[in-house]
Design a protein around this ligand. Structure first.
Ligand SMILES: [Fe+2]
Ligand SMILES: [Fe+2]
Length: 244
């Protein structure tokens, strides 16, 4: 079965099966210390964004929305736990790079503010934008690294974020059962994704420059995954997709 088609019970079991994965062991590769300082600073910002997330679990548990159940809420709790594991892995990366963790950052604050401001559906939409950003950014960062353990860690994060994308799309698909809801989703989604992408390009410009990442390549990758998410949520129910 494709991951997008899983029932909530199957999603809960899926996250449960990954719950006990140990944290990776640092290899102290000396090559890590040669990487630009801006790389550690960039990962420290993502580390902040991957932390927290407890309120959405309570909201999922209390939600009366159609199409979800207790298994969804428990899958959400396990998903948040997985994101917190990402924060731990990114903290390891930052230390390996000789950098420092950060407690304050404007894009991380904006992300947290967006998650707190709004109901479960919009919160999940914001999380979905973060998954698309993470999938593309971690992948490109990993591709710039020499053969050190950190490359595998970031590649594992990309695989996790891809399953998170399917998890959130499955939820949003269950909430867009009418054509007009699909239109609203596509409209809000494209604006959110655009703003998230611009914010990352500005906030992480140092690492993007120092690691010689092409802005065009990263934008194209974001667009590809953004449209993929759109198709998983709205399918053919929105005629907007035909011209998008
Ligand atoms: Fe993550
Ligand atoms: Fe994620």
């Amino acid at each position: 079965m494709q991951s997008h088609g899983r029932t909530w019970s199957e999603w809960r079991q899926f996250f449960e099966s990954r719950r006990k994965r140990p944290l990776p062991v640092p290899d102290g590769a000396s090559a890590s210390k040669d990487l630009p300082r801006s790389f550690a600073e960039s990962l420290a910002i993502f580390q902040l964004g991957e932390s927290g997330g407890g309120t959405i679990i309570e909201q999922a548990r209390a939600s009366q929305l159609p199409g979800i159940d207790a298994d969804y809420a428990e899958a959400m709790a396990l998903f948040v736990r997985e994101e917190n594991r990402h924060a731990d892995i990114l903290a390891l990366c930052v230390r390996e790079l000789g950098g420092e963790l950060t407690e304050q950052n404007w894009t991380a604050r904006l992300f947290v503010f967006s998650r707190r401001l709004i109901g479960l559906r919009l919160k999940v939409l914001v999380l979905l934008a973060a998954e698309v950003v993470g999938i593309c950014y971690y992948h490109i960062l990993a591709s710039r690294l020499p053969e050190i353990a950190m490359k595998d860690w970031l590649t594992e994060l990309v695989a996790d974020e891809q399953s998170h994308l399917d998890f959130h799309c499955r939820f949003l698909n269950s909430q867009t059962d009418r054509r007009w809801k699909c239109w609203v989703f596509v409209f809000v989604w494209r604006i959110t994704m655009f703003l998230a992408a611009v914010a990352v390009l500005i906030d992480h410009r140092g690492a993007i420059r120092d690691l010689q990442i092409s802005k065009k390549a990263i934008w194209q990758r974001w667009t590809t995954y953004s449209r993929r998410a759109e198709r998983l949520v709205a399918g053919t129910r929105s005629s907007v997709l035909a011209v998008g």
